[in-house]
Ligand binder design. Structure first.
Ligand code: C2O
Ligand code: CU
Length: 495
């Protein structure tokens, strides 16, 4: 080999190494930065997005702090004094659940799944003592749709530590909006909720003029659909002419369609908020997002037959007999943008203090070191996701956009979103308040809310496997600090 040849070869080797480094270096860097630190505060996660509002200074503990006074999430509790009007103990266990005569591994509360339905009256102080008897990963309870004070929100690693086996935790909050809600674990939720660690919470209005009501929680254990834990249809007795409220809860990750074959009905409420002047609906289905609720009003016919509410493949049959007309999904859907009539919403959604975009996309990359096709939020992958920063009293606008090719039921904790428009079509019906908003592939929603509940709040996809894959961001109020960490001694893992 001549000296020239040797030099040429050395150059090629160097070039090859440089080329590999150019490829592998960034790859290694992306891998490295995708790792979720073992004891991370969500306050140090990602980057602050102040939405055009005052910039929060980033103190030692994150994006939500300012130079002014601070308050810890742990201090943002419900009333600590006062005798509760509703006092329930829920004991969580890891153990078999029986579904349609078959037994499968899962989770129970007080020995059953779903756990007991909690009934409260509007204005009640509710106290729930969660006891973890045997859920090895630890557990919590989140009050889905109830805009509780932050410390009562039940999110492991954000608002509390997961409750270990042998431990307990007391939740106390006042329920100030009548409606249909549910509760579920927010520790390793993709496994615990799907395995049955949930129940229904009903907040009854002062006066309800319905002759009867039914709670219908639709859940899939494995691939088996159930209503209130049963694989059979529900039957509720009611007399001819009775108006009955059916409280439908979708505990699943995908949409649930509800319809009433051969009879008109009314949609009274969505996500724990009454609709204004809801009219009769005929031959249209109601679409419930994952985590969403809908209160349907049906009227028992005068001829001795019953009325049927179809919930996917299952039914609730209401009336004096088992004889009720049936029919397939009408495949036309009630559009809440134009249902009911407008009324005051209590704030001016045009007087915007902060404006955010929550754009969901998808691209190859790493999340926590795992390669794959990842969900992105504003182009970023978890944990490098935005922290939406607000101040108490702000009117907040958010654009929810979905170019990821899949649907996402978006759930903001602690607040209800007022829907302003979908794909440019404005809301002209009843005010539509949602806590679980189905964002179908390709859709864009414009929503607004008032930042009136200080704390650190999850804002995530309620398709729980998606959340576990990193479709999670948070909303933090300036001046609020968070003492909890993901991981840590309690192994906090909200998703
Ligand atoms: Cu139904 Cu973040 O929860
Ligand atoms: Cu999703």
């Amino acid at each position: 080999m001549t000296e020239r040849e040797a030099l040429g070869r050395r150059r090629r080797v160097v070039a090859g190494v440089v080329a590999s480094l150019l490829v592998l270096g960034p790859l290694a860097w992306f891998w490295w930065t995708s790792l979720v630190p073992a004891n991370a505060s969500v306050m140090d996660m990602g980057y602050p997005d102040t939405g055009g509002g005052p910039t929060a200074t980033t103190g030692p503990h994150g994006h939500g702090t300012t130079d002014g006074p601070t308050v810890s999430v742990a201090e943002l509790t419900g009333p600590s004094a006062g005798v509760p009007d509703v006092d329930v103990t829920l004991t969580a266990e890891s153990g078999p659940v029986t579904v349609g005569g078959r037994t499968m591994p899962g989770f129970t509360l007080n020995g059953s799944s779903p756990g007991p339905t909690i009934d409260a009256q509007v204005g009640d102080l509710v106290q729930v003592t969660l006891v973890n008897r045997s859920v090895a990963d630890g557990t919590t309870l989140h009050w889905h749709g109830v805009d509780v004070p932050n410390a009562e929100d039940g999110v492991a690693g954000v608002t509390q530590d997961a409750v270990p086996v042998g431990g307990s935790h007391v939740y106390r909050f006042v329920v100030d909006h009548p409606g249909t809600y549910w509760y579920h674990s927010h520790q390793v939720s993709h496994a615990q909720v799907r395995g049955g660690l949930f129940g229904v919470l009903v907040v009854h209005p002062v006066a309800d003029d319905h002759a009867a009501e039914v709670v219908a929680a639709v859940h899939r254990y494995g691939s088996t659909p159930t209503v209130d834990g049963s694989t059979d249809d529900l039957r509720t007795d009611a007399a001819p002419g009775d108006r009955v409220r059916v409280r439908v809860v979708n505990t699943g990750s995908g949409v649930l369609r509800a319809w009433v074959p051969g009879a008109p009905f009314r949609l009274l409420a969505v996500d724990g908020r009454d609709l204004h002047e809801p009219g009769p609906v005929d031959a249209q289905a109601v679409v419930l997002a994952g985590g969403g609720r809908a209160d349907l009003e049906v009227t028992v016919p005068d001829d001795g037959t019953s009325v049927r509410v179809r919930l996917g493949s299952l039914s609730v049959v209401v009336g004096p007999s088992g004889d009720a007309p049936d029919g397939d999904d009408p495949r036309t859907y009630l559009d809440l943008l134009s249902y009911g009539t407008p009324t005051d919403v209590g704030f001016d959604p045009r007087a915007v203090d902060r404006r955010f975009t929550y754009a969901i996309g998808r691209r190859p990359g790493f999340v926590d070191g795992r390669p794959g096709l990842q969900w992105t939020i504003n182009g970023h992958t978890y944990p490098d996701v935005p922290m939406f920063v607000v101040s108490e009293g702000d009117v907040v606008r958010m654009t929810l956009r979905n170019t990821s090719g899949q649907a996402h039921p978006m759930h903001l904790h602690g607040h209800h979103l007022l829907v302003l428009s979908r794909d440019g079509t404005p809301s002209t019906g009843s005010p539509w308040w949602a806590d679980s908003l189905e964002l179908a592939a390709g859709q864009t929603y414009e929503v607004a809310f008032v930042a009136d509940n200080p704390g650190v709040w999850m804002d995530h996809c309620h398709n729980l496997p998606h959340a576990q894959q990193g479709l999670v961001a948070h909303l933090a109020y300036t001046g609020v600090t968070d003492p909890y960490v993901l991981g840590g001694e309690s192994d906090n893992a909200p998703e």
